[in-house]
Structures are given as C-alpha cells and as structure tokens.
Design a protein around this ligand. Sequence first.
Ligand code: ATP
Length: 284
Amino acid sequence: MAAGRPVTNAIEVTGLTKTYGDLRAVDDVTLAVEEGEFVGILGPNGAGKTTLLEMIEGLREPDSGSAVVLGLPAWPRNPALLPRIGVQLQASSFFDYLTAREQIRTFAALYGVPAAHADEWLERVGLVEKAGTRVEQLSGGQQQRLSIACALVHDPDVVFLDEPTAALDPQARRNLWDLLSGLNDSGRTVVLTTHYMDEAETLADRVAIMDHGRVLVHDTPAALVRGLDAATRITLADGEVITTRDPAAEIARLADEQRLAGVQVHTGTLEDVFLELTGREYRA
Ligand SMILES: Nc1ncnc2c1ncn2[C@@H]1O[C@H](COP(=O)(O)OP(=O)(O)OP(=O)(O)O)[C@@H](O)[C@H]1O
C-alpha cells in the first residue's frame, strides 16, 4: 500500500460459513485483506483453505456470511467482478491439445486482451522457448507458471493462487517465488494458499493460519513469531543445546568462555507458531 493513502480493504469476509453434512468446512470466518496486500493462507490438508477461497472468488455459495471483493458482493457470482479478479486454475483445467501460447492467448481473448500482451506474459514467466509445446508436455513447474500467467493476463486487481508451488522440487519452487514476490508491487492484491511455512514467511505481508475451518490467527509473520514468546535454542559446536529466554546473556557468557565458534542460534519460526496453535506437526 502506498504511504499516506487511507487503507482500503480489497476483500472483506464476514462470518463466512460452509458446511457439508456435519462437517463445518469453513466455520464463521471473518477476515479483511487490504488493497495491495499479499496474504498467505496456511493450513493442513482439509483445513478449509480452498473452500474459503472459492467462496471469496464467487465460485461457491456460502451457507451464511458474506464475502465482499473490491466493494462488490462475491455471491451471487458478479459479472462486474470477473475482469477484475484472476483465479489460478489447476493445470488439469487447461484446454486439451493447445500449445502454451494458444492456451494463454485463449484466456486473453476471453477478456478482450490482445495476443501480443499474452505473449509478453509468456516471456515474463520464462516460457518463450516452450510457447509451441502442448500443455500436457510441459513439466509440472512450467505448467504452474503457465497457469499463473493465465490468471494474470488480463491484469486483475485481485489474484487468487491456490497452492501455486505444490508438487514442485525446491529449486522450481524458489524460481517461482521470484515471480510471485513482485506480483503486488504495483498495488495488486494477492491471496495465496500454501502448505509451505517458508513460502508464507517469505512472500506474505500477513499470514492467516487455518485449522478445522477456522482462522486461528491473522498477522504478519514477525508478529506471530513474537507473540509466541518462544525460547531461543543455542546449539554449541560440541552438540550441547542451551534453551534460554535471555539469549543475549547466554551469548555473552559463551563469548567470555571463548565457546562462541560454531554456535547456531534458533529462534521461533512460523512452524513453531503453527505447532503451538494446532498441536499438530506440519507436513508440507
Ligand atoms: N464438495 C464437497 N463435498 C463434501 N465435502 C467437501 C467438499 N469440498 C470440500 N469438502 C471437505 O471440506 C473440508 C475442507 O476442504 P478444503 O478443500 O477446503 O480444504 P483445504 O484446506 O483446501 O485442503 P487441502 O490443503 O488438502 O487442499 C475437507 O474435510 C473436505 O473433505
């Protein structure tokens, strides 16, 4: 968000609830996302992330509550919103038999965007050399990059990415982070779901942690870690581990004793916050 401008919410979710039989997939969620903000929604399998996203996107009808996007109700599906939001589709939703270039040009045409602009997006996601390759012959990472480009080709104000780096190797994941990290530079709002703590910590201004359909916390990664008040672990070169709430004093003592070489200091992480809140080990 530009300094000095009043804060405007791009997304306002109030009391949003969706049940399937006895299961409350999304349970009374209230959440606001500021214009230009990059928000990460973290949670284990089945936490309700996709269901929440689909209701905000206007793809799924809530049982109760409301989602307002760019000042307009998301449900019933609002045609005025469609050109202003971008939804990353899974690669399995690609049109069959098309090349990467044909795929993104088709998306562009749906929004009245010139083909040349679609080609620019292929370049931005590093797929120029694969432009003539059929989508089913692209690697997982190339397919993910193409689906992100298709979601952005009409330059939407708000973009939703559902696990954009799922099933990628660590290198491909980090390459995609470079692309994703600049997405909100020009004031675009980004909402991304992920299983990866480090991804949320690196990319998101604020992170919402979900479990059992509820948003447990929603804050900056730094504030979440601070709120944890976790002890610091100091691992010495000989393997001894010191757990302390006064790391400065411990490190000064180790320096006095000339035992500082090879020391590793571990403070709280988002993963510790997650464990504290959900009591479950996080399996990325
Ligand atoms: N159409 C549906 N009918 C019945 N149950 C559903 C339906 N869609 C989702 N669910 C259930 O709702 C819960 C939330 O699912 P959702 O896909 O929103 O979770 P998620 O956090 O996105 O999970 P994942 O990380 O595995 O994608 C799950 O228990 C799921 O089985």
